[in-house]
Design a protein around this ligand. Sequence first.
Ligand SMILES: C[S@@+](CC[C@H](N)C(=O)[O-])C[C@H]1O[C@@H](n2cnc3c(N)ncnc32)[C@H](O)[C@@H]1O
Length: 254
Amino acid sequence: MASSKNIQKIEPYQRLAVYYDRLMDYIDYDVWIDDIEQLVKPFKPGPNWLDISCGTGSMAIRLADRGIDMTAVDLSSHMIEIAREKAAQQKVAIEFVVGDMIRFNSNAQYDVIINLHDGLNYLLDVADTQSFMENSYGLLKPGGVLLFDVVTPLLCQTHFRGYREIYTDELGGYERYTSYDPESQLSESTFTLNTSDEDTIEVESHIQRAYEMGDVESFCQDSKFDWWKILDDETLEQGNSDSERYLVILRKQL
Ligand SMILES: C[S@@+](CC[C@H](N)C(=O)[O-])C[C@H]1O[C@@H](n2cnc3c(N)ncnc32)[C@H](O)[C@@H]1O
């Protein structure tokens, strides 16, 4: 797409929301749900769960379908709109809320909170990750469980140093370019989309920070949680320097 066009910056997922499920179609969400159920099982969690970065609701809908009473939050109203439509189509009852994971509050307390598939990587500084941990702790019942994942610098270096994709469909599609800076641990994905005005393009920028083991250990150590494990998301064994994604499980004191 020519750079001489007018560029309008739009918010993350403003237009990408409709493409999100396509972007994620390499993920087997059912396997993820099985893993999560297996990980939380020893804690015998109750039925009130919160998905705090629910995206288009793929996890929340499956969990609700398995009998869990789900509340699902996301910062993007565009993602929530699609999640609501999907839940209605699948006749699944979920309370959807547009909200921020670092300050969402509720009168309810939850048995389990999930924040999966890179949601936390959207938090770029320590103050925000600390607020997220503190807020989640407050939202959990005693003995409740928080599960989040983060992508690591290894994943970004391996897959996203100069990644380019062009996708076309009847809606116009997008051009994606993802770069990764190992020094700052920041990745930026820009999605360029045509508009009905042929002289104007819209650009969505998604900036995320990759987190390494030391970062994740600090999240846990600096929190009020009294028990945690940092796992490799593929093996569900202790995470290590070969992990591309850590899956972290923490428990609030009883
Ligand atoms: C990669 S998507 C993951 C969505 C979903 N968890 C899944 O597994 O498909 C990351 C999501 O995090 C959301 N997000 C980013 N920052 C957020 C914040 N501060 N509070 C809540 N959601 C946020 C984005 O809007 C996006 O829907």
